[in-house]
Design a protein around this ligand. Structure first.
Ligand SMILES: Cc1ncc(COP(=O)(O)O)c(C=O)c1O
Length: 423
């Protein structure tokens, strides 16, 4: 396969990357390539394919909806799929209002703009924003600014607003000094919160893009206690962790926290259609209702509440609610396979939560550009498994429908790759 003369691929350096694989179709966990090869999609195609590719119930719901109402401007209109989805997500998240956008970055942008303007609508100039080291919230400017600075943001750093940054005390199997790091982070947070703060944003339980870095639920509860005591708003970016990924429907639930705003995307439509959603509390919503037009939330995307996306999301929620054991019990499927892999000397800092299993390859450097990840990726592709390590962090985040045999195949490919690369 060669590079297409008219396409530009995301986060891809053409000078040093192999040309993309040509995919013909996909079903369940398997991608079928044009050349006849089959690959298990072990990372759910950038964490979006929740149940499996071409999931029949979702495909049928989209087809039905396409024949009734495919799109309508959402500024003067409402429709049943949006209303039903909002009602269901409100019940599930504990936040009463749903604002639609198109992807994870915009879901975060919306949460940020809501938090910022909510304070201004009340006549408050609270201007500090707090986020965590290693955070990734998307590629648009507001989301980039909230995220930690990295090779991804470097060309734009001069354009990004300042954020106070707190360390992220992530943990792994056999971690011994976690409490010290958690206490340090909480002290940093307390110090930062002494400055009037508009909002604190975090990826609950798992920071995804920075390397599947997991914190304890009790840490998040301690964060929430301090944030709410200061009056600041808490934003949970559940773009990756939402919809069962951490073993509960939402990571906030599994942590025992109740954020004021939650950003959703990826698994929202079961991975079928690009859609973002920001859940907000009724208190925040009411802060925008005024005779004064300048207090309006002036934000809207052309495809707001796209009915096809809503229909897909409703069908996906049905599947999740009909089969909760699929996400609740996923961790117990990973654990024995991960334990076996952890016997290898190069496998370090193993962690697992819900559907997400990760570890670090002891390969000298922890840089995102560490080549060992790419070498392991190629080995796994040759074995029929698609993974995409983050630097030296190798992880699995498969669709919920993956069979035991397919999961075993993923671990075997990774295991044999590590042996070949590090022995
Ligand atoms: C936690 C988190 N927030 C936001 C985003 C951005 O989502 P999108 O790529 O859909 O813009 C991502 C993407 O990986 C993410 O993991």
């Amino acid at each position: 396969m060669s590079w297409h003369p008219h396409l530009w691929h995301p986060t891809t350096q053409v000078a040093s990357s192999p040309a993309p694989l040509a995919v013909k179709q996909a079903r369940g966990c398997v991608l079928e390539l044009r050349d006849g090869r089959h690959l298990i999609d072990a990372i759910s195609s950038w964490w979006v394919t929740l149940h499996g590719h071409a999931e029949p119930a979702i495909a049928a719901a989209i087809a039905r909806q396409a024949q009734e109402l495919e799109q309508v401007i959402f500024a003067n209109f409402s429709h049943a799929p949006a209303e039903q989805l909002a009602t269901r997500l409100a019940a599930l998240t504990g936040l009463e209002r749903l604002f639609f956008s198109d992807n994870g970055s915009t879901a975060v942008e919306v949460a940020l703009k809501m938090a910022w303007q909510w304070w201004r609508n009340q006549g408050s100039a609270r201007s500090q924003l707090i986020a965590f080291e290693g955070a990734y919230h998307g590629d648009t400017f507001g989301a980039m600014a909230l995220g930690d600075r990295s090779i991804f943001t470097a060309p734009y750093d001069d354009l990004l607003f300042d954020v106070s940054r707190i360390s992220w005390p992530h943990t792994h199997w056999g971690d011994h000094d976690l409490e010290t790091r958690e206490n340090k982070a909480l002290q940093e947070l307390e110090k930062a919160l002494a400055t009037p703060t508009a909002a604190v944003i975090l990826e609950p339980l798992i920071q995804g893009a920075s390397g599947m870095l997991m914190v304890r639920p009790s840490f998040l509860r301690a964060v929430q206690e301090r944030v709410h005591a200061s009056g600041a708003l808490l934003i949970a970016d559940e773009v990756m962790t939402g919809f069962g990924r951490t073993g509960a429907l939402f990571a906030s639930q599994r942590s025992g926290i109740q954020p004021d705003l939650i950003a959703l995307s990826k698994g929202l439509t079961g991975g079928f259609l690009p859609m973002g959603g920001t859940m907000a509390s009724e208190r925040i919503y009411q802060g925008f209702i005024s005779e004064n037009a300048s207090q309006t939330f002036f934000h809207g995307h052309s495809f707001t509440a796209n009915p096809l996306g809503c229909a897909a999301a409703l069908a996906s929620l049905d599947l999740l609610q009909q089969n909760p054991e699929r996400y609740q019990q996923f961790e117990s499927r990973h654990t024995p396979l991960l334990e076996e892999l952890a016997q290898q000397k190069a496998v370090k800092r193993v962690r697992c939560l819900g559907t997400v299993a990760a570890f670090e390859l002891d390969a000298g450097s922890t840089s995102y550009l560490n080549p060992i990840g790419k070498q392991l990726q190629q080995h796994c592709i040759d074995q029929g498994v698609y993974i995409r390590p983050l630097g030296n962090v190798v992880y699995l985040l498969p669709p919920l429908s993956i069979s035991d045999g397919q999961l075993q195949q993923c671990y075997s490919a990774i295991g044999s790759g590590i042996k070949a690369l590090t022995d």
